[in-house]
Design a binder for this molecule. Structure first.
Ligand SMILES: [Zn+2]
Length: 288
């Protein structure tokens, strides 16, 4: 399954990509990570990219595409990929189209996570990360609570910090750039019959369920065992009035009781797919 997730900063794109990586077992291809890796490894493309960055120029699309092409050649990308942070504008979308056509690996779906801009600003303002372990939290949507309140690095509560570019002025500018450059991709992919828009202004689990439905991947629905269940429980306790959440919980409980589902999970636990493991490692490294 070859997917592009589109969404403004704060739309939950990162979180939902991680869930796809964990549950569908396809790698997340982040152009930011690719650039850093290529520079660190000192490949030819990395050398050229470093030269551009050192002289304050933007890294050319052709370089980024070269890195994507190389990355798609690795074995874990054979079953598919989620492109993260690319394309960001129409020129890149056209170039990506040509590359994937040449590789005979066309996109299966492009999903736009739609969130109202006022909500985006609110969410970004709530973002915090731990200065010690690098974990990312959101005071509004995923605060450090329960077992997640303790820092694995220090054993004490996390030391939460706000990223300098998550302040209100910078957020407004990032959203403006998104609207101007990236939003036109919605029409581009709609015209190609690839676009799915989902309302991403809901609890994280509910958005995952909508994403699963849009992509028709039932495996995506299964919540991660303990942590996911606890988070869900906490959320439900805080918002008892939400009927929709209760219904989702009921469905989740029902699916958990199904022996078929359990056996699938056991199998997966015994033999993790290479892609999943790799994905987990990559994610860890991006967080730091
Ligand atoms: Zn921590």
């Amino acid at each position: 399954m070859r997917i592009v997730l589109l969404g403004a900063p704060g739309s939950g794109k990162g979180t939902q990509s991680q869930r796809l990586v964990e549950r569908v077992g396809i790698p997340q291809i982040s152009t930011g990570d690719l650039l850093r890796e290529a520079v660190a490894r000192g490949t030819e493309l990395g050398r050229q990219a470093k030269e551009a960055m050192d002289s304050g120029r933007l890294v050319e699309d052709s370089l980024v595409l070269g890195m994507i092409r190389e990355r798609l050649g690795e074995p874990d990308a054979r079953r598919g990929f989620i492109l993260d942070g690319f394309p960001r504008n129409l020129a890149q979308a056209h170039a990506l189209d040509r590359l994937l056509e040449a590789l005979k690996q066309p996109l299966d779906a492009v999903v736009q996570l739609e969130v109202d801009s006022r909500e985006l600003v609110r969410r970004i303002a709530g973002r915090r990360s731990c200065a010690d372990c690098g974990r990312v939290f959101n005071l509004l949507t995923s605060p450090p609570s329960g077992a997640r309140a303790v820092c694995p690095k220090t054993g004490a509560p996390h030391r939460l910090m706000q990223r300098p570019d998550d302040n209100e002025a910078t957020v407004a500018e990032r959203l403006r750039v998104y609207d101007e450059k990236t939003r036109p991709l919605i029409d581009f992919y709609r015209a190609r019959g690839l676009l799915q828009v989902i309302d991403a202004e809901a609890a994280v689990d509910e958005v995952t369920a909508r994403l699963a439905q849009a992509l028709r991947v039932p495996a995506l629905r299964a919540p991660k065992r303990a942590a996911g269940a606890r988070r869900g429980a906490a959320k439900r306790a805080r918002k008892p009035a939400k009927k929709k959440a209760a219904a989702t919980a009921k469905r989740t409980r029902a699916s958990r009781a199904s022996p078929k589902r359990r056996s699938t999970r056991t199998r997966r636990a015994k033999a993790p797919r290479a892609g999943a493991v790799r994905g987990a490692r990559r994610r860890k490294s991006t967080r730091r």
